[in-house]
Design a protein around this ligand. Structure first.
Ligand SMILES: Nc1ncnc2c1ncn2[C@@H]1O[C@H](COP(=O)(O)OP(=O)(O)O)[C@@H](O)[C@H]1O
Ligand SMILES: [Mg+2]
Length: 220
């Protein structure tokens, strides 16, 4: 598929609350955008729901069994030794991107999958916040849109998403808890912006999801 713009627009789906539809909307948007645009989906959640959704559980499990690289290696910056005699080698992003991974056979959607070992990054996070941004910048001219699906907790991975993104989309379940969570998220982005004036990030919008026309009381 032909590219339409020189550099990809990168958008992160963030909400510190789980179960609000980040992964569902990221996956649906990535698939439908890939009909007309060159799209890369990035799974930045150790739970790896986006990887399973895009690749399908069978292909995803095979990927893990074959020990193929994932986003965890983007943060490690090397690919571990294969076999007894191999030695670790510097990461080549080409090996991490699963090409045409989308669930239609004709889909041109690419994916950087995740795996549970990504949580290692959380244990030893020093100096890793810009590694994803650095890696994506190198391939940004090949895509129109890069969609990053984030984990529901604030961590080094959230900072990594902020550094890599121009925009944030916030899926929201319209309920009372959201009135507490949303100002915290807005403050997190504002604090990040104050500390990193060289990087421009904006909330592109909120997407109300899981709303029920039957709800009343405080939620309604
Ligand atoms: N609009 C919707 N209607 C019905 N079910 C939904 C909707 N959006 C998400 N879900 C379901 O809710 C659950 C949580 O969604 P998910 O996208 O995994 O949330 P998150 O990534 O924010 O944790 C999933 O089982 C998903 O299929
Ligand atoms: Mg999710």
């Amino acid at each position: 598929m032909a590219k339409v713009s020189p550099m990809a627009i990168t958008v992160s789906f963030i909400n510190m609350k789980g179960g609000v539809g980040k992964t569902t909307i990221a996956s649906q948007l990535a698939h439908s955008a890939a009909r007309n645009l060159k799209v890369l989906a990035v799974d930045l959640d150790p739970q790896s729901n986006l990887s399973q959704s895009v690749m399908g559980p069978h292909a995803y499990v095979n990927h893990l069994k074959k020990n193929r690289p994932t986003i965890a290696q983007v943060f490690d910056e090397y690919i571990p030794a294969g076999g007894v005699h191999g030695s670790p080698r510097p990461i080549d992003l080409e090996e991490v991107i699963v090409k045409n991974a989308g669930y239609w056979s004709t889909s041109t959607l690419d994916l950087i999958p995740s795996r549970l070992e990504l949580s290692r990054t959380l244990k030893n996070p020093t100096g890793k916040e810009r590694r994803l941004a650095k890696a994506l910048t190198r391939i940004s001219d090949r895509y129109d849109l890069i969609i990053i699906d984030c984990a529901p907790t604030e961590s080094i991975l959230t900072d990594a998403a902020y550094f890599a993104s121009r925009y944030v989309i916030v899926p929201v379940k319209p309920e009372f808890m959201a009135t507490i969570g949303l100002p915290l998220l807005a403050r997190s982005i504002r604090d990040f912006q104050l500390e990193n004036e060289d990087h421009n990030i904006e909330i592109a919008g909120l997407v109300f999801n899981h709303s029920s026309s039957y709800s009343n009381g405080p939620e309604g």
